[in-house]
Design a binder for this molecule. Structure first.
Ligand code: SF4
Length: 249
């Protein structure tokens, strides 16, 4: 761990955000899909600085309700959200080879879509940032169980200030501070991503059960935070290389 991070791993979320804003200024941003965790981060950060940057990955397949949240954040906090889009040539090459709804075909094809629409655009955006914050919580999935509050993603410091929060704490902060809620929660969603890959969950279902619901036993991750394991990872590497070769030929 870096020496300047000492003490921050156990610090409260607002203290971590204050440190990041003071340390990195305009080279720090919150990366969010406007789920409640991300909205808590925005609400906290807006109390610290009026100039905090917020970015979202505009995959091209987001639900209308997510675009409405971009408007809501602008109206409530005066923050102009930065949208991060896939690279046009890579998107075209992927769709030409595998079709627009490739994600229903297999886990590697779904992972390929997430790579082109999310992982690579974020990696590109991070070139202009020194640090960014995300809304991961340790109790969301088994894979997130050991999530540190500070880590390196390439050259950028990745902050998860809410890593030790529970869903109940997020809900309580949201209510107490009247933080805007994504409209899809009222329709039974417990985790929100791209429109074709996310559905509402039934009572008692796992928090991320609505993500890629057709996949049986696959890791419910898009590759932004954790990569698929084993054979799926090797296969998506091959698929990605083929798409990138076609895009940049
Ligand atoms: Fe593609 Fe679905 Fe991943 Fe969105 S969530 S990038 S549509 S596979």
């Amino acid at each position: 761990m870096h020496s300047e991070w000492a003490g921050l791993e156990n610090a409260p979320a607002s203290e971590i955000l204050s440190w990041a804003i003071a340390t990195y200024g305009g080279r720090f941003a919150i990366s969010t899909s406007f789920q409640s965790e991300g909205m808590v981060l925005i609400d906290m950060a807006a109390r610290i600085s009026a100039n905090v940057r917020v970015l979202t990955l505009d995959t091209g397949r987001l639900p209308e309700e997510t675009y409405a949240m971009i408007e809501t954040v602008r109206a409530r906090y005066g923050i102009a959200v930065e949208t991060v889009a896939p690279e046009r040539g890579e998107l075209d090459a992927m769709i030409k080879e595998h079709g627009p709804n490739l994600f229903y075909g297999s886990v590697p094809l779904r992972s390929l879509c997430c790579q082109i629409r999310k992982v690579r655009p974020l990696a590109n955006k991070l070139k202009e940032l020194d640090a960014y914050a995300v809304g991961l919580r340790r109790d969301q999935t088994q894979a997130r169980g050991a999530q540190p509050k500070l880590e390196l993603n390439g050259e950028a410091v990745k902050l998860s200030p809410l890593a030790d929060w529970s869903a109940q704490q997020v809900s309580a902060y949201t209510s107490e501070n009247n933080v805007p809620r994504h409209l899809l929660y009222a329709q039974g969603y417990s985790s929100i991503g791209c429109a074709p890959c996310t559905r509402a969950v039934a009572a008692g279902e796992d928090e991320r059960a609505g993500r890629w619901w057709w996949e049986d036993g696959a890791q419910k991750e898009c590759g932004l935070h954790y990569s698929p394991e084993g054979k799926a990872e090797r296969t998506v590497d091959v698929l990605l290389r083929q798409v990138l070769e076609a895009a940049h030929a």
